[in-house]
Design a protein around this ligand. Structure first.
Ligand code: GLC
Ligand code: CA
Length: 559
């Protein structure tokens, strides 16, 4: 693998709507983000990805774009965006935007024109189908947010359009070269402006298995998950390569793909030295235990399962490329609520999880609030829920026989609002996020979990994240912690997640005891230094270390 300018960096995801509100309308915005750049710099961040801020009806919180070249007034102006780029670059920070081009909004002018003239130029930007009254739809796929992927084209009784996500997110037809030209032009326009790259939303969906056909239904609704066709769709590489060559590569842009369902044998194509993207996320922990039947059929992930999936990815990626490591994002529950067994969440266990994933080989990502140890949100009624996918999943669970109480509990565990509650800056009103009424409930635990409380506390989760980042990029240890090989250590030892990072000059051993009980671990070599520890002591005797509950250490071993 060739070294890249971003390998030593720390990346951070901002969900703009919930980060910092500068004008009291209850919605986070670009001036709010600009006011926190120094905070991010201090944390050790180098790369920032912004979830969508383009003009949008916000049916899916901005992942439904009505104008790719304008900032939604709720988030600010284009001048604010230019200022953000300038202020970020001044501080040595890089900015990525979200590239959402599998679909646009039904309020985008392309779609409006397609409705006016389905046989004209813009009709061909979408997947349209003639379906007469009483005839079956072109296929029985179920959209990611529930219901059939086909809806009536507004203004036409006998025409339908495809949307694999919400009906306000019509899919763009990538088979049409005119559409691709428009997309590349837009990407280049942003990169010419000085943007540093993109996170590529739902990108694997741009290729459909055609012609449309039915698959075996996987629920009583007679529909089947979109995954069946994704599995059969071939040729996405053609589009991805063309996009890379026409846009990202000439700009040396950083791109990170949101790719589920990739096959290990395709890793070189996706993130190898000549790959379609710079990096892509490891979602193996995210998807563990999921079921097409719905959230009621999901299975919890234990520390053993977590260890298994991260080591599997690490072995598959090896030296092919640089994967992006996460424990949460805006679509997922909070990492500390998911990967730490219920009831064990504490400052110590949160740091333990942080150390474990941060030093995996690849680019470490922090999702806003993760650095404070923010947790999932308790809910008492479905009326409190904003996320469209949770609302669908709630109904699916009820239909499958869950009680309303159990169905709500599923949303508490898996819902997307968990990560979308506003950032907890302090213990003042609305957690310091806004002077107005926040668009989404603040997690009531902000009184204890907030930046002001953690900022000057050397033992806080926040302080730990600062250390993690600083140590990884330090001149002393980066040969091992960034570039070194990852080799699992004692993978069979239950509730221990341990691995070496072996660099040219240093061998590090990262040990994390994922349980509320002590664990005696043999050491393969004498310890030269304990370079990071989430407890005050490390009990090392002869060639053993006694780890306390959820203790996690980074050891430098002697050669
Ligand atoms: C991605 C986004 C998610 C969005 C979906 C449709 O998965 O992360 O938030 O709902 O794509 O754009
Ligand atoms: Ca605002």
């Amino acid at each position: 693998m060739k070294k890249q300018w971003w390998h030593e960096m720390t990346a951070y995801q901002i969900y703009p709507k919930s980060f910092c509100d500068s004008n009291g309308d209850g919605i986070g915005d670009l001036p709010g983000i600009i006011s926190k750049l120094d905070y991010l710099k201090d944390l050790g961040v180098d790369i920032i990805w912004l979830s969508p801020i383009y003009v949008s009806p916000l049916a899916d919180q901005g992942y439904d774009i009505a104008d790719y070249r304008q900032i939604d007034p709720r988030f600010g102006t284009m001048e604010d965006m230019d200022r953000l780029l300038e202020e970020a670059h001044k501080r040595g920070l890089y900015i990525l935007m979200d590239l959402v081009v599998n679909h646009c909004s039904d309020e985008h002018e392309w779609f409006k024109k397609a409705c006016e003239d389905p046989d004209g130029k813009y009709g061909k930007f979408f997947y349209l189908a003639d379906v007469k009254e009483g005839e079956p739809l072109p296929c029985n796929w179920r959209s990611y947010f529930g219901g059939p992927v086909w809806d009536k084209l507004p203004g036409h009784e006998d025409k339908y359009y495809l949307h694999v996500f919400h009906k306000k997110q019509p899919d763009l037809n990538w088979e049409n070269p005119d559409l691709r030209e428009e997309v590349y032009d837009m990407i280049n326009w942003w990169l010419d402006k000085g943007l540093d790259g993109f996170r590529l939303d739902a990108i694997i969906n741009i290729k459909k298995a055609l012609p449309f056909k039915n698959y075996e239904p996987d629920r009583d609704d007679g529909l089947c998950s979109v995954h069946h066709q994704l599995h059969e769709a071939v040729g996405v590489g053609h589009f991805l390569r063309e996009m890379r060559d026409r846009t990202f590569r000439p700009h040396n842009a950083l791109t990170v793909g949101e790719v589920f369902n990739e096959k290990p044998e395709e890793l070189p194509d996706f993130i190898g030295d000549d790959g379609y993207f710079s990096s892509m996320y490891d979602f193996s922990g995210t998807v563990f235990g999921q079921s097409q039947k719905g959230w009621q059929a999901y299975q919890d992930i234990t520390p053993e399962d977590y260890k298994h999936v991260i080591f599997k990815t690490q072995a598959e990626v090896a030296d092919i490329g640089f994967i992006s490591n996460i424990i949460e994002n805006h679509d997922e529950p909070r990492g500390v609520s998911r990967y730490i067994p219920e009831g064990d969440q504490s400052v110590t266990s949160k740091k333990c999880l942080a150390t474990t994933y941060f030093y995996l080989k690849g680019l470490p990502w922090i999702y806003q609030g993760q650095e404070l140890g923010m947790e999932n949100l308790k809910i008492t009624s479905i009326d409190e829920v904003d996320d469209i996918s949770s609302i669908d999943a709630y109904q699916v669970a009820l239909d499958a026989g869950c009680s309303p109480k159990d169905a709500l509990h599923l949303i508490e565990k898996y819902g997307r609002d968990n990560a979308r509650t506003p950032f907890q800056w302090n213990d003042k009103e609305n957690a310091g996020f806004t002077d107005g009424t926040p668009w989404l409930r603040i997690n009531p635990n902000y009184k204890e979990i907030n930046l002001a409380a953690e900022e000057n506390d050397p033992d806080s989760v926040f302080a730990h994240y600062k250390k993690l980042s600083a140590l990884r990029k330090s001149d002393e240890y980066k040969d091992a912690l960034v570039y070194g090989d990852l080799i699992p250590y004692l993978p069979e030892k239950e509730n221990l997640i341990a691995y070496y990072r072996k660099g040219e000059d240093h061998t590090m051993l990262i040990l994390s005891n994922f349980q509320n009980a002590q664990c005696l671990v043999p050491l393969p070599k004498p310890v030269k230094a304990v370079v990071l520890n989430n407890l005050s002591d490390a009990v090392i005797q002869d060639n053993e270390i006694l780890l306390g509950g959820y203790q996690s250490v980074v050891l430098e071993l002697s050669e």
